[in-house]
Design a protein around this ligand. Structure first.
Ligand code: SF4
Length: 356
């Protein structure tokens, strides 16, 4: 299974005259961008970026995703980027959008989108109008004003990619690949155009997963670096199910609405219960427990970006519920460094030994 690299895809898009959007985590309307001829490439705290330079614009307790992404988007690495989209995932990303727009003023246009936290019909209406407004801004930037049919075609393509993604993400045990290979494929959705993702994903070798030791549910924002999966396997466990923002939290349901903007809004509000949209505690915990049971997980490993406020709000009660249901629970923090600190690895190792 060959997955094109991020650099290859960026080069290909540019050679074909496509526009590139750097998109911050993590719910956003892919189809809307594509309908305007814009290809999203996501930025999750890029490796090899000096975050100290990004950190001077924010309070010390700002997460590394924001610090690194700010540094990246204001540095030479962002030269191929034609526009930037920052969803209001959390207060830190909202702060980043303000700092970028009002003080750092990148050369590219910067768009934002606000996600309603409720699930009332007025929330759906609000998000529909947000998407309509974003579409107007994207049209002014790209010169492409998509027809209703073009919007529907873009949605159909993204729906197919989402269905393939969901089918794989929800069935770890059916793929004969290592955890690292499995999550490398799922994370390629962060930059592969939908049609390329479908083509690559369909080649993922099926067959019974090689699993040793206890199964873990891996939760958090992003599993970086990917060495994490190798270490978990070396310690004698495997990841049988995830609750990662970069993976399973983006399993959206197909929409029923007829109007394309309304359909996009409906879909963007259909993610599983998760912290950044302030899902009710009980709903989220039931969802986690159900998935752990379905995936035969022995424990929950929360691998969290340090200072991620939305995640922290849920943590104490999540731990109580998971332990109360008889599962193991471990919380560790990461700063998105290229090497996982030995102290964190020791704790994961000890956790797996207790579960074994
Ligand atoms: S890691 Fe948490 S605080 Fe940082 S951008 Fe993501 S959701 Fe926001």
């Amino acid at each position: 299974m060959q997955i094109p690299s991020r650099q290859e895809i960026i080069r290909e898009i540019k050679e074909k005259g496509g526009k590139l959007a750097a998109v911050l985590p993590f719910h956003y309307p892919r189809a809307l961008l594509r309908a305007h001829g814009i290809f999203p490439v996501e930025v999750w705290g890029p490796p090899g970026v000096d975050d100290m330079a990004g950190s001077r614009h924010f309070p010390e307790y700002t997460c590394k995703i924001v610090q690194k992404a700010t540094r990246f988007l204001t540095g030479p690495g962002a030269a191929p980027v034609d526009c930037i989209l920052i969803p209001h995932t959390c207060d830190s990303l909202q702060g980043m959008a303000s700092v970028m727009k009002d003080f750092l003023k990148p050369p590219q246009p910067l768009f934002t989108i606000y996600h309603p936290r409720g699930r009332r019909s007025s929330d759906l209406q609000f998000l529909t109008e947000e998407l309509r407004q974003l579409s107007g801004e994207l049209a002014a930037f790209s010169g492409v004003r998509p027809t209703v049919q073009a919007l529907r075609d873009a949605m159909a393509l993204e729906d197919r990619a989402t269905a393939v993604f969901s089918g794989i993400a929800s069935n770890r045990e059916k793929y004969r690949v290592t955890d690292r290979e499995f999550y490398t494929l799922l994370r390629s959705r962060e930059y592969l155009p939908a049609e390329t993702f479908i083509e690559v994903a369909e080649k993922l070798p099926s067959g019974k997963m090689d699993s040793t030791g206890p199964g873990l549910m891996l939760s958090g924002i992003v599993a970086d670096p990917l060495d994490l999966f190798d270490r978990i396997n070396e310690f004698g466990a495997h990841v049988c199910v995830d609750d990662l923002a970069c993976c399973s939290r983006r399993i959206y349901r197909p929409a029923a609405q007829n109007d394309p903007f309304c359909a996009m809004a409906e879909q963007l509000m259909s993610m599983p219960p998760e912290p950044t949209v302030s899902s009710p505690y009980q709903e989220r915990f039931d969802y986690i427990i159900d998935r752990m049971k379905a995936g035969n997980a022995g424990g929950l490993l929360v691998y969290d970006v340090k200072f991620c406020e939305p995640e922290l709000f849920y943590l104490p009660m999540l731990e109580e519920r998971v332990l109360g249901e008889g599962f193991g629970f471990l919380y560790v923090e990461t700063e998105l460094a290229p090497v996982i600190p030995q102290t964190v690895l020791n704790r994961i190792n000890a956790f797996i030994e207790v579960l074994s």
